[in-house]
Design a binder for this molecule. Structure first.
Ligand code: HEC
Length: 104
């Protein structure tokens, strides 16, 4: 699961940069692929409780919205989903994740 998370973080950082960039002079929208991370084995398998899967579901909904309408508000709602799961299940990367917030 860690490899999927690294890809999600890279993808989110690229999308953040795209959203905050000058819209008149933008490169192509970065890739935004769904990452079914919850199907992969985590380092600590005790995280796989029902609440984790509910949080994963909410994350995928927020991810889909960003794909449909990549606004700063939708993006920050997605980052809030990353944070909600990490606060309960994996606090280590929170510093990197907090930096993704655009502040819309
Ligand atoms: C439903 C829970 C959940 C959501 C949502 C979630 N994560 Fe994670 N994340 C985890 C867990 C659990 C791990 C530990 C994975 C492992 O060690 O196998 C992890 C690991 C990571 C890591 C560390 C990877 C490594 O190299 O060890 C990063 C960075 C990360 N997540 C970023 C993010 C970002 C950015 C988002 C949102 C775009 C996000 N996560 C959404 C649960 C979640």
């Amino acid at each position: 699961m860690a490899a999927a998370m690294r890809a999600m973080a890279d993808q989110a950082e690229a999308m953040r940069a795209w959203i905050v960039s000058d819209s008149s002079n933008r490169p192509a929208r970065p890739a935004w692929a769904k990452m079914p991370f919850e199907a992969q084995r985590p380092t600590d398998t005790t995280v796989l409780v029902e609440e984790f899967f509910e949080k994963a579901h909410a994350y995928h909904e927020a991810h889909r919205l960003v794909g449909q309408q990549p606004t700063a508000q939708h993006f920050d709602a997605l980052v809030a989903r990353c944070i909600a799961c990490h606060q309960s299940h994996c606090p280590g990367p929170l510093k990197r994740i907090n930096r993704l917030m655009i502040g819309s």
